[in-house]
Design a protein around this ligand. Structure first.
Ligand code: EPU
Length: 417
């Protein structure tokens, strides 16, 4: 199985292009189910999760064509099999995003219930309750959510908690429902806005995406469109944090600086010089970072998907930081691996106290989930000597050509078998 071998201790220098956002591309691909016309996408990242989504849609009868340069055309002229099987859902929980669109377009769907996950329980009852409020009948049988509805009706839905894919699922379902839907306590993540923009280009009537109240006026059918997926803010944040930890000066192009306010602020607090352009971000860091405490909250707060990377930064910072995770109940598994590199981290419930050390030392470590893997790579870039990161299939789910991009920035990193 592939591993990443990193020889640390070099600053990062140079320029890389940011990929399209995984967490925007996934719901947008599922939006193809809402129309019988082709949806032509660009800036779709080359990732394992995108291939899983393509496979999921293809086995339903969607014609999927992938071209060069992140182009992808999805044509759901007919949906023969509105089913998301366990084998695919178990490898990618975001598969649940087909539930709303299938129900709205076909009047029925059978979607495997996602099981537990490395970072938390991650139930989907908000998705289910919202669809039920829109008139769907949903029962769980043999591990599958079996849903039916003649035509979904618009409803006022106040979600009990902020859920990103829950908001996306309900927004897609409401786009084809009869009448108006109001989603209260909606997620404000930029990926929700990107999906709304794509749906609007397809003819949906949606207002308020990016705020916590989204209003959708259902239409009877949607058309195809051409749509460019937004830049990946978490990939961007990961490279910036790597440069803040390892030192140097890097420039990221085709980025969306406005989607990264909380991360950029924390990087500045850590002592980095951060300069933003229209679609580029440059960071310069000399000397040791200063410890920064973070608390994860839904957007526009500090992203849970950046928490692990900041733990690696804080591990080598001067001072002590407290990292509090409020979104997922088990998202500190990287702390134990970082300790294998010499980090001083103690976890107490939902908080981790990170006492910065002067140096980390390379070791063998194991990735446990996508963002945890990214934190181990950052730590490996800073550590003295060699770090071998195992189970990098987690990284391949969400970072396009990570070692190539880091290599282009001067890092000594290679994939070994
Ligand atoms: N939750 C419930 N019930 C629900 C839905 C969510 O209790 O019905 C809870 C979750 O268990 C969690 C919290 O609400 O504690 C927030 O979860 P959310 O539903 O927002 O997460 P998600 O939609 O499953 C997306 C991203 C994640 C990211 C989270 C939080 C996609 C495909 N995934 O997941 O991305 O961490 O939002 O921002 O958009 C990643 O890319 O590495 C990743 C895990």
């Amino acid at each position: 199985m592939a591993k990443l071998l990193i020889t640390g201790g070099r600053p990062l220098e140079g320029e890389v292009r940011v990929s399209g956002a995984k967490n925007a591309a996934l719901p947008i691909m599922c939006a193809a189910l809402l129309t019988a016309r082709p949806l032509a996408l660009s800036n779709v990242p080359q990732l394992a999760d995108i291939s899983t989504a393509a496979k999921l849609l293809a086995q339903m009868g969607v014609a999927v064509e992938r071209g060069a340069d992140g182009r992808m055309t999805l044509n759901a002229a007919e949906i023969a099999n509105p089913v998301a099987p366990y084998d695919l859902v178990k490898t990618m929980r975001a598969s649940v995003l087909v539930l709303g669109p299938l129900l709205a377009r076909c009047g029925r769907a059978s979607v495997s219930l996602p099981g537990g996950c490395a970072i938390g329980a991650r139930p989907v009852e908000q998705h289910v309750k919202g669809l039920q409020a829109m008139g769907a009948t949903i029962s769980v049988e043999h591990g599958y959510m079996n849903a039916t509805a003649k035509r979904l009706r618009g409803a006022r839905i106040a979600m009990d908690l902020v859920t990103v894919t829950g908001t996306e699922n309900l927004m897609m379902a409401a786009a084809l429902a009869e009448g108006g839907t109001v989603l209260e306590n909606a997620a404000r993540e930029p990926e929700v806005v990107d999906l709304a923009n794509c749906l609007r280009a397809m003819g949906a009537r949606i207002e308020g995406a990016g705020t916590d109240v989204i209003r959708i006026d259902g239409v009877s059918s949607l058309s195809g469109t051409d749509y460019r997926v937004m830049p990946d803010r978490i990939e961007t944040g990961t490279f910036l944090t790597a440069a803040a930890a390892a030192g140097g000066r890097i420039r990221l192009t085709e980025a969306a600086p406005e989607s990264l306010d909380a991360t950029l602020q924390k990087l500045r607090d850590a002592g980095a010089k951060v300069m933003t352009g229209q679609d580029s971000i440059e960071i310069e860091m000399s000397g040791r970072p200063t410890a920064v405490s973070v608390r994860t909250t839904p957007y526009p707060g500090f992203a849970t998907d950046m928490q692990a990377q900041f733990m690696a930064l804080d591990a080598v910072a001067s001072g002590t930081a407290v990292i509090t995770e409020t979104i997922f109940e088990n998202r500190f598994m990287h702390a134990l691996e970082l300790r294998r590199l010499g980090a001083d981290i103690s976890v107490q419930g939902t908080s981790a106290v990170v006492r910065g050390v002067e140096r980390l030392e390379g070791a063998k470590v194991m990735a446990t989930d996508l963002r945890a893997s990214a934190s181990l790579v950052i730590a490996g870039l800073v550590a003295q000597g060699e770090t071998l990161v195992d189970r990098i299939y987690h990284l391949d789910r969400g970072y396009e050509a990570l070692e190539k991009k880091l290599g282009a920035l001067g890092a000594r990193i290679e994939r070994v078998h």
